[in-house]
Ligand binder design. Structure first.
Ligand code: ADP
Ligand code: MG
Length: 319
């Protein structure tokens, strides 16, 4: 079995592109670009809670970093540096090699330098700290939504949750639909280009990690506003893919793991958002409106205007 240091050297030390001092010393040295603010965030993934214990190591490596990159996207930041703390039950080389391949594939895809971390023995657990840059004063916050703004969502929310339901045997998906949903779960694509393009356009943003309604709730609480959403205006992919209507609705509205961006923008900016959708080749769907009434809460209506209720709005680790 390799030593801790051999493992780090072999698998987690790679050339960097924009770093003064990377892996190998007691700390890393980085230099922020003049005029930019640093955005810092950390996210932990625990076996059995955030991923199934038998998840393919390469997919896991990708996802561990991708969920952190998604936080940068939600802030309108460009991801630049990451640190990786891992606990592993054993230093199985083949497993670590494939994990690192997935992790660095995501790092390369987003121009991120991996500049440090920590490696210990323990129940499988990954914690990434990520740093990004955003021009001063331009970060997208959760607190800027105002009554009259429109609510938008990127991509096809709900597919990842449907993929998880399939892997857990709660439903059966077939063929292309199955592949697309499992891919959405294992290889989330953080919406970095969208986040950057939303600077100065979106009034608030969040990435959907715990479910669309629950995460919208965070924007509403931080902004002191309410929202009305239309079920029949939602992206229909998850509804169409689910073998059963209630499961589809649950995955669309309360499923986690999509890492799409949910954002608000002034009503007059609708054409700009639509143009952005075309230039990015990414679906952006207007799903509702920010209201003054019932601050912190979201009302969901069907096509006839009747309120729709949902059993579970989002994931809460202690709920
Ligand atoms: P220390 O004991 O001083 O914290 P370590 O032995 O933990 O140092 O780490 C040695 C170097 O390797 C440090 O630069 C650290 O940031 C880096 N490192 C450790 N584990 C990882 C990892 N999983 N990924 C990337 N860098 C790592
Ligand atoms: Mg250490």
């Amino acid at each position: 079995m390799p030593s801790e240091f051999a493992l780090i050297d072999r698998h987690f030390r790679r050339p960097t592109g924009h770093t003064q001092l990377g892996v190998g010393d007691d700390g890393a040295l980085i230099r922020a670009t003049p005029g930019m603010e640093l955005v810092v965030s950390t996210d932990m993934l625990v076996s059995g809670t955030h991923f199934l214990p038998d998840t393919d190591p390469e997919a896991l490596g990708w996802k561990v970093l991708a969920v952190n990159v998604s936080d940068m996207a939600a802030m309108g930041a460009e991801p630049r540096w990451a640190l990786l703390a891992v606990a592993l039950p054993a230093a199985t080389e083949s497993w670590v090699e494939r994990f690192a391949a997935g992790f660095f594939a995501c790092a390369s895809a987003h121009g991120i330098d991996v500049i440090g971390g920590d490696t210990t023995r323990g129940p499988r657990n990954f914690c990434v700290t990520i740093l990004g840059e955003v021009p001063q004063g331009q970060a997208l916050l959760r607190s800027g939504a105002r009554p009259g703004d429109e609510v938008w969502i990127s991509g096809a929310p709900g597919l990842a949750a449907l993929g998880l339901a399939h892997l857990q045997g709660r439903c059966t998906l077939d063929g292309e639909v199955r592949d697309r949903c499992v891919e959405a779960l294992h290889r989330p694509q953080p919406r970095v280009a969208l986040g950057i393009a939303l600077r100065g356009l979106a009034t608030a943003a969040i990435d959907v990690s715990d479910g669309l309604l629950g995460d919208l709730g965070h924007i509403l609480e931080c902004s002191g506003a309410g929202a009305e959403l239309r079920l029949d205006h939602m992206p229909a992919a998850a509804l169409a893919a689910a073998p059963e209507a209630e499961l589809g609705r649950q995955c669309l509205l309360a499923g986690g793991d999509d890492y799409e961006l949910l954002f608000t923008a002034p009503a007059g900016k609708g054409t700009s958002v639509t143009a952005l959708s075309a230039s990015l080749g990414l679906a952006l769907t207007r799903i509702g409106t920010v209201t003054e009434q019932h601050p912190g809460q979201c009302v969901l209506r069907d096509a006839t205007g009747n309120a729709v209720s949902l059993a579970r709005a989002g994931y809460d680790h202690f709920g």
